[in-house]
Design a protein around this ligand. Structure first.
Ligand SMILES: [Zn+2]
Length: 171
């Protein structure tokens, strides 16, 4: 019982220290996250939307732990299993609309359930049409190009179709 109590206190202390050493979202940032989560919900990513809306704690700056490890991306980072998601300023400036922010949140939602980078990148790329994040509308976007390159890096087997643009078999 003592052992369990010590463990619970230690984990809770760690969790609170992650929250305490990072900034919360501004009103404007919060609005953008809400809009992106609404898109996920509307496009049928119900589980992810619920997780993001009900469980995830969003922060706008690195906590002490994130600051110690290499950055996962310029857009966001997730602390699993603490369900804390840090959204960097690039998350709010580079995406051209809420759908692109939804794509980034969908990636991070995979990390919320313990998925690695390969899982997160390939999941989003396979589901981009369902999300409405397609080449005809977004091919010129920085986020789209960036995610496509990263997805090929983590899942090269999805990009082996020589006759397709970028070798992307899903196009
Ligand atoms: Zn990631």
């Amino acid at each position: 019982m003592i052992c369990v109590s010590v463990c619970v206190v230690a984990v809770l202390g760690f969790y609170l220290s992650l929250i305490a050493t990072s900034r919360s979202l501004s009103f404007d940032q919060r609005g953008k996250v809400t809009a992106a989560v609404a898109i996920l919900e509307a496009q049928g990513f119900t589980g992810e939307a619920t997780l993001l809306r009900r469980v995830t704690v969003f922060r706008s700056s690195d906590n002490w732990f994130n600051a110690m490890v290499p950055k996962e991306s310029a857009f966001a980072a997730t602390n699993f299993p603490f369900e804390i998601m840090t959204l960097y300023s690039d998350f709010f400036t580079y995406p051209i609309d809420d759908t692109e922010r939804a794509a980034i949140l969908l990636h991070e939602a995979r990390h919320l359930v313990g998925g690695d980078e390969k899982d997160a990148y390939s999941y989003v790329w396979k589901n981009r049409a369902k999300l409405g994040w397609t080449r005809d509308k977004y091919a010129g976007s920085i986020v789209w190009k960036n995610v496509r390159v990263q997805t090929r890096e983590y899942s090269p087997e999805m990009f082996v179709c020589q006759d397709k643009e970028f070798g992307d078999c899903s196009e």
